[in-house]
Design a protein around this ligand. Structure first.
Ligand SMILES: [Zn+2]
Ligand SMILES: [Zn+2]
Ligand SMILES: [Zn+2]
Length: 485
C-alpha cells in the first residue's frame, strides 16, 4: 500500500486537485461513501457499528456469525455515542441480541429508530435505559411484530421522558409509529453491513465503499493534509498570474494553498485586441473612405473601408428648357457634391381648364396605370381639393414605385399671375404695373412671367392685359394652348 501511495503521489495530488475543484465533497465526486466504524465491547459482550457519514445513519450490527451483544455503560454521560449530533437515524440490524444500558444515550439529533432485530421480547434484550436522553426521537419504524411490545414502550418513554408508557401517550407526545417493514431510505441491507463489519475486523477503523486500494490511498493523502478536516478540504488558495494573457495568446493563473502548498493551474483566455478607430480618409458621396483600427494594448493595426456616403438629394435644376417641339430636361443635384443624381424629362403643363383645375381633377386627367402624379406649390404637396395654378409643379412617378420620378412639369395657367389657380382681379392688378409702366414686378425668368405674357411675344404689355381681362370679364375666349399649338 505504501509503495502504491508513493509512486502515485503526484497523480493522486492532481486527482485530488481536480476533485477539489469540482466539488468540496471528494466522496461524491469519486462516487464513494464514507463510513466510520467501531466496536463496542467489554471483552465478553461485543457488537459492531458503522456510521454512514453522508446519510447520518448509525447501524448496530453483529459480524454475521455471532449474535451481537453490547456491554452496559455506567451512565448516560458515559454512553459510547453520548453527545454526538452527527447521527439522525439508528438502525438495529438483524443479528443483534442485546442492547445494554445507555448504549445510545444522549444522541439528541436522532429522530428515527429502525428495528430490524427481534430483540424486544424482553427487557434483558434491550435496556429501557438504552436511549435515555434521545429527546429528538419521533419515529419508530419496523415490522409490526417487533414494535408492539412493552419493552419498546419503555425504551421510548425513557428516551423522550414522558410520563406513562402506552401508545396513546406516545402518540399525543408526537411519536410516529411506522409499521412498514425495514430498510428505510438510505439504509444499507444487513449483508452489506455485516460485510463492512468483517472488513473492519481485518483492516482498520474506517471503511469506504468503492475500490478499496484507491480509496485508502486517497484517504491517506487526505488525512495527512493539514487542510483536510470535517471530511473535506479547506484549502486557503492564493491567486497568482503565472503567465499573463496577451491580445492573441492565452495565459495561466496559478492557485497555491497558503497552508499546504497545494497548487493548481487554470488557463486564461486571450484578451483580444482593444481597437480604437480613427478615420484615415473620409468617404465621399461616391468613394469609400478608410478607417484605421489600432490596438491600444499591442499596437496592431487593421484597415477597413468606410462605405461611400451616397448622394444627398438637393435642388432640381432645369438643364434644358422645354419648347414647342419637345420636352426639356431637369437634373436632381447632390446637396453635398453637386453631382447629378438623376435626369428626368422636364415640361410645361399648359391647357389647364381654369374651371376644372383642382388636384383631383388633374389626377383624373393625367394619372393612368403606368404613372401617378403629385402636385406641389413651393415644395408643399397640395390636398386633392386645392386649385392648381401657375408655378405649381407636377411630378410624374411610376405607379409601381413612387420614388421613381419620370417627369417634372411646371404648370402655366395663362392669366394666373399669382399662382393661386384662379384668374381674377388680383392677377389683373398684379399685371397692371408691368403692362402700363416699367415696374417689372414679375420676375422675367419665372413661370409667372410666362403666364402673364399671354400672347407669347416676350413682353408684358397692354395686349396681355387685354387678353387677361377677356377671361376675367368672361367676354372673350382664351385658348390656354396658345403657346403649344
Ligand atoms: Zn491546503
Ligand atoms: Zn492587441
Ligand atoms: Zn454627392
Amino acid at each position: 500500500m505504501n509503495t502504491v501511495k508513493k509512486s502515485s503521489a503526484v497523480i493522486t495530488a492532481l486527482v485530488l486537485l481536480i476533485t477539489s475543484l469540482l466539488s468540496l465533497n471528494a466522496y461524491a465526486a469519486n462516487n464513494l461513501r464514507y463510513f466510520e466504524r467501531g466496536v463496542l465491547t467489554d471483552g465478553t459482550n461485543t457488537a459492531y457499528y458503522i456510521i454512514d457519514k453522508d446519510n447520518r445513519v448509525l447501524y448496530l450490527s453483529g459480524d454475521g456469525v455471532t449474535t451481537a451483544r453490547t456491554p452496559d455503560y455506567p451512565s448516560a454521560a458515559e454512553g459510547p455515542f453520548a453527545g454526538r449530533t452527527d447521527v439522525t437515524r439508528i438502525v438495529i440490524a438483524e443479528g443483534v441480541g442485546r442492547i445494554g444500558d445507555y448504549v445510545f444515550a444522549n444522541m439528541t439529533a436522532v429522530d428515527t429508530l429502525e428495528i430490524q432485530s427481534n430483540l424486544l421480547s424482553s427487557e434483558s434484550n434491550m435496556s429501557a435505559k438504552a436511549m435515555i436522553g434521545c429527546t429528538g426521537l419521533r419515529n419508530i419504524q419496523g415490522d409490526n411484530a417487533l414494535l408492539s411490545t412493552n419493552v419498546m414502550l419503555e425504551v421510548i418513554k425513557g428516551a423522550v421522558n414522558i410520563a406513562s408508557a402506552n401508545w396513546l401517550s406516545l402518540v399525543t407526545n408526537g411519536i410516529n409509529l411506522i409499521k412498514t417493514g425495514v430498510n428505510g431510505d438510505n439504509s444499507l441491507d444487513d449483508e452489506i453491513v455485516a460485510a463492512m463489519i468483517n472488513d473492519y475486523i481485518m483492516t482498520g477503523e474506517e471503511i469506504y465503499l468503492g475500490n478499496l486500494d484507491q480509496t485508502i490511498a486517497s484517504y491517506e493523502e487526505r488525512v495527512a493534509n493539514p487542510c483536510y478536516y470535517n471530511n473535506e478540504y479547506h484549502h486557503n488558495y492564493q491567486h497568482f498570474v503565472s503567465t499573463a494573457p496577451t491580445c492573441t495568446a492565452g495565459g495561466e493563473d496559478m492557485y497555491i494553498c497558503q497552508t499546504c502548498n497545494h497548487t493548481y493551474l487554470v488557463p486564461t483566455e486571450a484578451l483580444g485586441h482593444s481597437y480604437e478607430q480613427s478615420v484615415m480618409f473620409e468617404p465621399t458621396c461616391t468613394k469609400k473612405g478608410v478607417m484605421e483600427y489600432t490596438c491600444t494594448r499591442c499596437g496592431d493595426s487593421e484597415y477597413h473601408a468606410i462605405p461611400a456616403k451616397g448622394h444627398t438629394e438637393g435642388e432640381w435644376v432645369v438643364s434644358k428648357e422645354p419648347s414647342k417641339t419637345g420636352v426639356g430636361s431637369i437634373e436632381l443635384h447632390c446637396a453635398e457634391c453637386d453631382g447629378i443624381i438623376s435626369t428626368v424629362r422636364y415640361s410645361y403643363t399648359v391647357g389647364i381648364n381654369q374651371n376644372a383645375n383642382t388636384v383631383s381633377a388633374l389626377k383624373a386627367k393625367y394619372e393612368n396605370t403606368a404613372q401617378k402624379i403629385r402636385i406641389t406649390r413651393n415644395g408643399t404637396e397640395l390636398s386633392s381639393s386645392a386649385r392648381v395654378g401657375t408655378g405649381c409643379v407636377i411630378t410624374y412617378v411610376s405607379s409601381s414605385d413612387s420614388t421613381k420620378i419620370q417627369e417634372i412639369s411646371t404648370v402655366i395657367l395663362y392669366g394666373d399671375v399669382n399662382g393661386d389657380g384662379l384668374i381674377n382681379s388680383a392677377d389683373h392688378s398684379l399685371m397692371y404695373g408691368d403692362a402700363f409702366s416699367d415696374k417689372n414686378v414679375i420676375d422675367k425668368s419665372s413661370a409667372f412671367f410666362t403666364a402673364a405674357d399671354m400672347n407669347g411675344d416676350g413682353v408684358i404689355d397692354g395686349f396681355d392685359y387685354f387678353l387677361q381681362d377677356g377671361i376675367i370679364s368672361g367676354g372673350r375666349n382664351f385658348d390656354q394652348y396658345v403657346l403649344y399649338k
